[in-house]
Design a protein around this ligand. Structure first.
Ligand SMILES: *Cc1c(COP(=O)(O)O)cnc(C)c1O
Length: 365
């Protein structure tokens, strides 16, 4: 194997996505021999004392950043956020009960599909009629106070919308898919019963799924589930029932350290707002670019927009890719472009995209 590229380009991919450079460098420095172990973290037994410490540090990093009280458990699972579409209802939706789902995009739809296999799903709201360009208002929600839980997607990675504030759900336990905006801003943890997130957008590499679950939900889990699909297995075994993604958990630990050094989630939110503003201001300042999401529903993480024609979209993608701005092609269900600008995405990359947009409009507008 030879080195083929020494310069990093700007990676706007929706996921797997950019990882903080200091994290990659630290992992590289210690890849062959992790200090104190004489072996690579890739070779380290998940039952070893040293890996135990890494797991402990990843968990405590997340606990500090998210301000998690002791009645929330932190699990590092596999199967992606997609397996949680099944695990959530299998564990929490009783056969005679029902669950509320708020549908704001393709990921919510996939969550509904799996929940329907388990029990009754009440669609509390869907914004499909406007191709998921907005987040529903409180008065659009038809919540059932007897629902086992209400499920929503905090940030719609594909459509570029994000809940700016959580809906009022009263006593219904709130379950969220936060795959694409977890750790991007502080959260009021007491509003949540369960949070899950695939790691590959804002926490680390693919292959780890973070699940944060409040203790009282564990008591509702029916007996008889397959062992690996029962949250209690992973709580009891501290995410070590089977072999976890050890390398992924190690990277998550480093990402948490990086976030703490940057000032935690409050500082991250300020940075994310500033980065997104640069892009949205550029979109709003021109008639050439049009955003997909309604202004009040705009995501700080995934910025979706289009040009006056599909041909120009394609040309933009081709030329921006050649200019070192990679991964801007929008998801096929929305078309156009999507700039994913997660925590680790550098501000200089957003500035580079904004100048590219200005120049492109000057040539083609
Ligand atoms: C990417 C994504 C998923 C799917 O995650 P996998 O880890 O690939 O299963 C689910 N929900 C949201 C919001 C996502 O962004």
């Amino acid at each position: 194997m030879k080195q083929t590229m020494s310069e990093r380009i700007f990676n706007f991919s929706a996921g797997p996505a950019v990882i903080p450079l200091p994290v990659l460098e630290e992992a590289q420095r210690h890849l062959v021999a992790l200090p104190g172990t004489g072996m690579s973290v890739l070779e380290l037994s998940h039952r070893s004392k040293q890996f135990g410490e890494i797991l402990e540090q990843a968990e405590s990093g997340l606990r500090q950043l998210l301000n998690l009280p002791n009645n929330y458990q932190v699990l590092f699972l596999q199967g992606g956020a997609s397996l949680q579409f099944s695990m959530v209802p299998m564990n929490l939706l009783p056969p005679e009960g029902s669950a509320d789902y708020i549908v704001t995009g393709s990921w919510s739809q996939k969550a509904v599909k799996e929940a329907k296999r388990v029990g009754t799903v009440n669609i509390a709201a869907t914004t499909e009629a406007t191709n998921f360009s907005h987040i529903p208002q409180q008065d659009e929600l038809k919540l059932d106070q007897r629902a086992a839980y209400v499920h929503l997607t905090t940030n719609n990675t594909i459509f570029g919308t994000q809940w700016q504030a959580l809906p009022e759900v009263e006593a219904i336990p709130l379950v969220v898919d936060a795959s694409s905006d977890i750790l991007s801003r502080p959260i009021a943890i007491d509003k949540y019963a369960l949070i899950y997130a695939g790691a590959q957008k804002n926490i680390g590499p693919s292959g780890v799924t973070l699940v944060i679950i409040r203790d009282d939900l564990l008591e509702r889990i029916p007996d008889g589930l397959h062992t690996m699909l029962d949250y209690r297995t992973h709580v009891k075994n501290n995410s070590l029932y089977n072999t976890p993604n050890t390398f992924g958990i190690y990277i998550i630990h480093l990402v948490c350290q990086w976030l703490q050094e940057k000032g935690g989630l409050t500082a991250m939110q300020a940075e994310n707002e500033a980065k997104a503003k640069l892009l949205y201001d550029a979109i709003d300042a021109s008639d050439f670019y049009r955003g997909h999401a309604d202004v009040q529903s705009r995501s700080l993480m995934n910025v979706t927009f289009r040009l006056p024609s599909e041909d120009l979209d394609k040309k933009f993608i081709r030329e921006s890719t050649a200019a070192g701005l990679d991964g801007l092609k929008g998801h096929r269900s929305v078309g156009g472009l999507r700039a994913s600008i997660y925590n680790a995405f550098p501000r200089q990359g957003v500035e580079a995209l904004v100048s590219f947009m200005r120049e492109f409009e000057r040539q083609h507008g």
